[in-house]
Ligand binder design. Structure first.
Ligand SMILES: Cc1cc2nc3c(=O)[nH]c(=O)nc-3n(C[C@H](O)[C@H](O)[C@H](O)COP(=O)(O)OP(=O)(O)OC[C@H]3O[C@@H](n4cnc5c(N)ncnc54)[C@H](O)[C@@H]3O)c2cc1C
Length: 429
């Protein structure tokens, strides 16, 4: 059996473990995760956020027996989204294909529980509280530090997967390996996780729907229902926003929510506001690099390879698709890693670059251009059936309903994306 080390138990690492273990007795998989066991933590005590899984992510899950169903059972099917505007006006957007909305921690718990149920310790193990600190590319050795005791240890393997997110330690080892280019950029907005308990008064919030509240102060709340009737969400705001940084007491925060998000504020008890003030502000680091593999034994995937802004809700979908793509390459090259790993870079690079471009420039910041966006979307929806080559669907619609490669989606929408990029660039100066 070949020994595989996966660093990181996020969605991409866990799904890849399923794919590798499904290949019979060929691979023995060990996952090392920096944090503790997520199954022992209440979702509201962790920094999690809701993730929407569209056709691409669902397809990658569906290829493993029972996995899509296990994830669906922990999430909720979303048929539409409602945009709540500051003056109370609501706009409904119905989806052709329903999304699965699921809190990140519930998603990883579902993937992990299925692994533990299916495979015994001779095939699969997971080690929590173990942080990868260094990869010695020449010695083919991975170094870890135990979080509780600071004890250090090294492990050898045949295949190392860096599924350790945007701040990947595995990817950092490539920096000394020559001709590796890396671009890191913070997304302009930061966020905090938000939890709304089950609404005892049964307000009129539609349950099978993603709710987005926008304020006049450039912040927004996104909330999705959980199977237990509670709501999981995020408040997203401009980095270093004085207004958000100034929320130091429950009274100030209550006043802020009443003023900007009156409907959501009604669903927030004081305990949640207190917990929200304690939660750290998180930022999103986006990643672009020119190679995902090192020789025949290291591969980075998911956010470690191509972290993007969450605007289009595609980061996790792309991360799950990575696992399915590697599996297909292992089939194609009969598990020959020396061929499959370079081919992963070759096949994925253009799509990952297109995803970065699309995620940054799919939605215009200017109000005028946003009106054009709504108009274009409506026209494309009607005319696309008759003249698909002249009226392509906009990226947000194509990405939700299809698995068309990201590079193709960008090609179809090149004119619009360039226009948004130019306009957003001017506004961001
Ligand atoms: C607010 C927000 C909303 C989002 N919404 C969506 C959405 O709607 N749809 C969508 O598709 N995507 C969404 N995303 C993006 C999505 O969350 C990520 O793309 C996805 O989680 C990437 O999965 P991953 O497994 O590659 O990395 P991660 O989820 O980042 O997991 C990496 C894991 O590695 C561990 N780790 C890190 N460093 C080390 C180390 N040195 N040693 C050991 N372990 C380590 C981490 O603890 C973590 O468990 C959103 C992101 C944010 C921030």
């Amino acid at each position: 059996m070949e020994k595989v080390i996966i660093v990181g138990s996020g969605p991409s690492g866990l799904l890849l473990a399923h794919y590798l273990l499904r290949r019979g007795n060929r691979y023995q998989v060990e996952i090392y995760e920096r944090l503790g066991d997520p199954r022992l933590a209440a979702p509201s005590n962790t920094r999690s956020f809701p993730i929407s899984l569209s056709t691409r992510g669902k397809n990658a899950l569906r290829k493993i027996d029972g996995l899509l169903e296990a994830v669906e059972a922990k999430g909720a099917k979303m048929q539409s989204s409602i945009l709540h505007q500051p003056k109370g006006k609501q706009s409904l957007l119905s989806f052709k294909t329903p999304l699965i909305a699921i809190d990140r921690i519930r998603l990883t718990n579902a993937l992990l529980s299925e692994l533990i149920e299916k495979y015994d310790s001779s095939q699969f193990n997971i080690h929590f509280d173990c942080q990868c600190t260094q990869v010695d590319l020449k010695a083919r050795q991975v170094k870890f530090q135990k979080q509780d005791s600071a004890e250090e240890f090294a492990v050898d393997c045949d295949l190392l997967i860096g599924a350790d997110g945007a701040r990947s330690a595995v990817r950092n080892s490539f920096l000394n390996a020559g001709r590796f280019e890396l671009e890191q950029k913070y997304f302009r907005d930061d966020y905090k996780s938000l939890y709304l308990p089950k609404d005892k008064n049964e307000t009129e919030l539609q349950p099978d729907c993603i709710h987005v509240w926008v304020s006049n102060s450039d912040s927004r709340i996104i909330a999705v229902p959980q199977p237990d009737g509670s709501w999981s969400g995020t408040i997203i705001f401009e980095r270093d926003s004085d207004e958000i940084l100034g929320l130091t007491t429950v009274d100030r925060a209550r006043e802020f929510f009443d003023r900007n998000f009156p409907e959501a504020s009604k669903l927030m008890p004081n305990e949640e506001i207190e917990a929200l003030l304690e939660r750290p502000i998180a930022s999103v680091l986006t990643i672009r690099c020119n190679r995902y593999h090192y020789e025949d034994w290291v591969l980075i995937m998911g956010d470690a390879a191509h972290g993007v802004s969450p605007s289009l809700g595609q980061g996790c979908n792309a991360a799950l698709e990575d696992a399915a793509i590697l599996d297909a390459l292992l089939d194609e090259y009969e598990d020959n890693l020396a061929e499959a790993l370079p081919e992963f870079t070759a096949r994925r690079l253009a799509d990952a670059r297109a995803l970065w471009e699309l995620s940054d420039n799919a939605f215009p910041s200017s109000k005028l251009l946003f009106m054009e966006f709504l108009l274009r979307r409506a026209v494309a929806k009607t005319m696309n059936k008759f003249f698909p080559q002249w009226f392509p669907l906009l990226p947000s619609d194509l990405l939700r309903d299809t698995t068309i490669p990201y590079a193709e989606v960008l090609k179809l929408n090149r004119g619009w994306v360039s226009k948004v990029k130019k306009a957003n660039g001017v506004l961001n100066v």
